[in-house]
Ligand binder design. Structure first.
Ligand code: AMP
Ligand code: MG
Length: 465
């Protein structure tokens, strides 16, 4: 069984406060006409000691944003810039969200509770600061499916319906509103660093680097890495390692994030901020999720390149603190790390122990070619191979000599494949929209979590214990 998140007591630690004067702006949540709980994450509330809250307390904290005891006295709308579709935009920042609270888990790691749809802030521009209920439902589904597929993702902690009517150009309107709270290891974005470069705030950037190194610990750069004792260089190495793995994880999941702007890239390496995401209906490198992504910049097969490009922008920002050569050396690790992560994660999803090197890459290539040529839906393909329902051909040949992993077991033969294609997402939403029937959504989450248990945990890369 996949280890459940470990229960831990509530341990507030607003570690961000010393940085708050230049990192964010104190704001207040909108005064919503209603607060109806629609989703409480019972996998993760226990990991931060908030599982004992009554529904009334939950509504006060995650609908009214009454501060949690000993936590941030007031929500903080975070300041950042970012490249959006490769165009630099200094006018963004938390326009409909804020950092609400910070807590330690049982292992002492820092976690943020951040919001989406909690009202206007100094960074809202012409926006209403709100989130549609459909957007919230989509974020529940994306985070649950990604977590099950072993992707390092933010968790949807809470969704509360807020009783407002919203008007949106890309949803039938008026539409229902919600406020979502997410749990993740920080909300420091690549764009947070880009803003400090733009303002030439070197002292603040040095503080932020120290905060990231202290709060999201990681390994030191390789022995032969130039400048490996400099904090900014260490941070870039850690970020490159994390996001190379993240890009690989999306690819093996068959997931298209849709909007890989630098303000949507977390230093912690967690995938987050789910808008127009899709899962692949067929294995197609050119498949694009966002209807507004006309050039296919963030198409399925271009995600690794997009993430690498974003790392380049982070390196440009870190030039405020470090010379170029050690930063370039860190960036150059992306490709090999990405390839190794694809092989490791692909074997995990197929339920085999990696052999390492060429053999794993040949296995990946055989699977890709088979999915491309047959147009078999990727989740169905992975499920079938995991159940060892093999037909003669390149995948069967490539699998010869591989050993089954501990988690390759009967579940795969007895259950149907679990996917999350757009038609099903729309049907789950329609049940809520038309009949206020939340059952199909909750059943789907249960089914996704069962698949996650059957997949088991993703093995760590070699050399990481
Ligand atoms: P996103 O595409 O969700 O990553 O958002 C990009 C920027 O637009 C961020 O600064 C958001 O805070 C802001 N934004 C998106 N939707 C809204 C909204 N409804 N009201 C205010 N700001 C928004
Ligand atoms: Mg965003």
């Amino acid at each position: 069984m996949r280890p459940e998140p470990q229960a831990a007591p509530y341990r507030p630690d607003p570690a961000i406060l010393p940085l708050a004067p230049w990192l964010g702006d104190p704001v207040a949540a909108a005064d919503f006409p209603g607060t109806t709980i629609r989703f409480r994450n019972h996998r993760w509330d226990r990991a931060v000691g908030l599982d004992r809250l009554t529904d009334a307390e939950w509504e006060r904290h995650f609908g009214r944003f009454e501060p949690l005891p000993g936590n941030l006295p007031q929500p903080l709308a975070l300041r950042y810039h970012g490249h959006q579709f490769r165009v630099y935009n200094p006018e963004i920042g938390d326009g409909r969200g804020f950092l609400f609270a910070q807590l330690r888990d049982g292992e002492g790691r820092l976690l943020d509770l951040g919001t989406k749809g909690s009202g206007q802030t100094p960074w809202s521009r012409s926006g209403d600061g709100r989130l549609t209920l459909k957007g919230a439902v989509r974020e529940i589904l994306a985070t649950e499916m990604l977590e099950a597929l072993g992707v390092n993702t933010s968790k949807t902690f809470s969704v509360i319906e807020t009783g407002e009517k919203l008007w949106r150009g890309d949803e039938p309107s008026p539409t229902r509103s919600a406020v979502l709270t997410r749990l993740s290891h920080g909300h420091i974005r690549f764009g947070t660093f880009q803003r400090l470069l733009a303002l030439e705030q070197a002292d603040e950037m040095a503080q932020l680097v120290d905060y990231c190194l202290a709060q999201f610990p990681g390994p030191l750069p390789p022995q032969d890495a130039p400048g490996r004792e400099q904090p900014a260089v260490i941070l870039l190495h850690q970020v490159v390692e994390r996001v190379a793995d993240l890009a690989a994880a999306w690819m093996v999941a068959g997931f298209v994030h849709g909007v890989l702007n630098t303000d949507n890239m977390n230093i912690s390496g967690e995938s987050f901020d789910y808008g127009p995401w899709r899962w692949l209906p067929t294995w197609d490198q050119g498949f694009t999720a966002a209807y507004f992504d006309h050039g296919g910049l963030y198409a399925f097969g271009r995600q690794p390149e997009a993430v690498h490009w974003n790392c380049g922008q982070l390196a440009v920002a870190l030039r405020l603190l470090a010379d170029a050569p050690p930063l370039i050396a860190a960036l150059e690790r992306f490709g090999p790390l990405y390839m190794a992560a694809v092989a490791r994660r692909w074997c995990w999803r197929l339920g085999v122990e990696p052999k390492g090197g060429e053999a794993d890459m040949a296995l990946v290539a055989a699977c890709e070619a088979t999915m491309r040529d047959s147009r078999e839906q990727p989740d169905a393909f992975f499920h079938r191979i995991r159940a060892r329902q093999l037909v003669d051909g390149p995948v069967k040949d490539a699998l010869a000599g591989y050993h089954d992993s501990r988690y390759a077991r009967a579940w795969w033969r007895e259950e149907a494949p679990v996917s999350l294609l757009i038609d099903e997402v729309e049907a789950l939403w329609s049940a809520i929209d038309e009949r206020d029937d939340w059952r199909p959504l909750h059943d789907k989450v249960t089914q996704i979590r069962r698949m996650g248990e059957a997949l088991g945990p993703v093995p760590a890369p070699a050399g990481h214990g």
